[in-house]
Ligand binder design. Structure first.
Ligand code: F6R
Length: 262
């Protein structure tokens, strides 16, 4: 794992977009794992700008979203289908047939989850998985105590996660669906590269637990410590409680891999 600290949330999002863009340019038929949430909005905004101004093309990419609420139609303003359309898909050139998001309206949710895993396999696995982190340490909707070998499945959401998502549900957490389909921690760990983005002081404590604390199902993001190629991009506010800050800063300033991004 490597941790890269940027001054601001905006710079962090821009770096995330540049890392993704570089991978897409090297391998235009990349299979991208995508996340939603406030942190990702700026990342998608930068990718859309690169598409518009620099000709960055997603036409040959396949995408797999991490999660979706159960019981919401795709056009519901709180659904992740709608989020992805509004923030990313309608601004770029990904063919709709290349877009995969779990169907939270499926009559047979277990079959939907199994089919999702099969679709990821059929595409050759995820090359680059974009991740945010919840205040409870979740990645995807892998809430505390999710098995670290879990696969795509139904998951009950914590009240904290429902509160975090309340803004698109009239500000009332009780209106946020109580269950979601999420890729499992095991599914995420099989991606060839993981890119975790975290910004803001409200992530500082949980980030220190996830990156520098023990690997535990209580903080599912800590499983990323097991991943052979995980890059964590954070702003100063989110990095506040990290013990290794000086070392992480040195890496960004000195490692040749980061030279094109400095
Ligand atoms: C959503 C997802 C979640 C979010 C996390 C952070 O698809 O995967 O794990 O990334 O809850 O959300 P924000 O960025 O809103 O703090």
């Amino acid at each position: 794992m490597e941790v890269i600290i940027q001054e601001t949330a905006e710079k962090t999002a821009l770096l995330a977009a540049r890392v993704i863009a570089r991978e897409v340019r090297v391998r235009p038929n990349l299979t991208l794992g995508l996340a939603t949430g406030r942190t990702m909005e700026a990342v998608y905004r930068h990718l859309a700008t690169m598409h518009r101004n620099e000709g960055l093309s997603f036409a040959r990419c396949q995408t797999f979203n991490l999660d979706e609420f159960i019981g919401l139609p795709p056009d519901h303003p709180g659904s992740y289908h709608r989020y992805m359309t509004d923030h990313f898909f309608r601004h770029v050139d990904i063919p709709s047939s290349h877009i995969h998001i779990p169907n939270g309206m499926a009559a047979d949710l277990a079959a939907e989850c199994a089919a999702y895993e099969a679709a990821i396999k059929a595409c050759g696995g995820i090359d680059l998985q974009l991740l945010g982190i919840g205040r409870d340490g979740h990645i995807g909707f892998n809430e505390p105590l999710s098995a670290l070998q879990s696969r795509t499945r139904e998951k009950a959401l914590t009240p904290a996660t429902r509160r975090q998502n309340a803004s698109l549900f009239g500000g009332r957490w009780e209106n946020v669906p109580a269950r979601a389909i999420t890729m499992g921690v095991g599914t995420i760990l099989e991606s060839r590269r993981c890119l975790l983005v975290a910004t803001g002081e409200e992530k500082a404590f949980i980030l220190s637990q996830a990156l520098e604390g023990p690997i535990t199902a209580w903080v599912t993001a800590s499983a990323l410590q097991l991943h052979p190629r995980c890059t964590v991009l954070v702003d100063e506010a989110a990095a506040e409680q990290l013990k290794g800050k000086d070392y992480y800063r040195w890496i960004f300033e000195n490692e040749p891999e980061w030279a094109p991004f400095r």
